[in-house]
Ligand binder design. Structure first.
Ligand code: SF4
Ligand code: SF4
Length: 301
């Protein structure tokens, strides 16, 4: 039986596919989008998140750390990340959860058991289980085993992906997947490399392959002010959608609900301050797509 690293299991999800769902967040992502609101998803390994305001000053973490990577600063625990070996020993001894582990290992059986706890809700709402992240395609063998087990139970399955994985991975998983939620961000290769850390070519090529084979895909575009929302990107997105024979798109407006997590992981939030897009801006973007024949849909369509 395979094992995978998961950092969150969210019940009663309404935005990750049809009906009421359980969304399972996989650790690890090949992208590093500037605006990512799940920065704890990027590292493929379990890691430590600091909540310094909870610290009791007991020093247990100092004694537990084999690398001498923790010290207590004026505002609570500080981790020298370059020394940290991710052993998680500090998180086991902290009595106040001021140092918390993000990510834990599950076997296929454990994860499926968790997911099936809400079976009744899936059956009564037309829901199921969604896989998000991070990038679930980063743990392909584990995901495949979980998907196959859920399909044997006749559970509806969704993968939320950037499409940035070898085609063979998508092809294999497609056999057990009822819907791909496909997040396309930036079409221009240089912009994609700058703001997501990866070329756009693989995502575009894989989308073409999925649609050529008639596999169920719903494309979503994050609306990130001054990064993805300019007309050159919108027009390039229209071209790709049309080449794929797709006439619909969901817009995902930027939000900043996860920004506070950056300092807890000692990561830099590169955009600095970003405002959530105003409704007039969203209307203009919608108009630009619809004028070119792409219908803007909501999450229920
Ligand atoms: S995870 Fe291990 S190495 Fe890193 S700070 Fe905690 S105890 Fe030290
Ligand atoms: S173990 Fe927890 S509460 Fe105690 S000093 Fe370390 S971070 Fe603070």
């Amino acid at each position: 039986m395979r094992k995978g690293i998961i950092f969150n299991i969210q019940r009663y999800s309404l935005h990750d596919g049809p009906g009421i769902r359980t969304t399972i967040f996989f650790k690890g992502c090949p992208l590093s989008c500037w605006w990512c609101q799940n920065p704890e998803s990027i590292n493929p390994h379990a890691e430590v998140m600091r909540q310094p305001e909870r610290c009791l000053g007991c020093s247990s973490c100092l004694d537990a750390c084999p690398e001498g990577a923790v010290r207590i600063g004026e505002a609570g625990p500080v981790i020298e990340r370059s020394l940290c070996s991710l052993c998680l020993k500090c998180t086991l001894v902290c009595p106040a959860d001021a140092l918390e582990a993000v990510g834990r290992e599950y076997t296929t059986q454990e994860l499926v058991k968790e997911a099936l706890k809400d079976r009744f809700i899936f059956d009564n709402s037309g829901g199921g289980v969604s896989f998000s992240g991070g990038e679930p395609l980063m743990q392909p063998e584990f995901l495949q085993e979980v998907l196959m087990t859920l399909k044997k139970e006749d559970v509806h399955t969704v993968i939320d992906t950037s499409g940035c994985a070898p085609w063979t991975v998508l092809e294999q998983l497609a056999a057990h997947t009822d819907l791909f939620l496909y997040d396309l961000k930036l079409i221009d290769d240089l912009e994609s490399r700058k703001y997501t850390g990866i070329s756009s070519r693989l995502a575009v090529d894989n989308l073409k392959k999925l649609t050529e084979r008639g596999l169920p895909v719903k494309v979503r575009m994050p609306v990130i002010p001054s990064i993805t929302d300019h007309y050159v990107n919108i027009d390039a997105m229209v071209k790709v959608l049309k080449e794929c024979g797709l006439g619909k798109l969901e817009l995902i407006p930027y939000h900043n609900y996860g920004t506070a997590k950056y300092s807890k992981l000692d990561l830099e939030y590169r955009p600095g301050t970003l405002e959530m897009p105003a409704s007039e801006e969203l209307s203009k973007i919608k108009g630009r797509f619809e004028k070119q024949g792409i219908k803007i849909i909501n999450e229920d369509d």
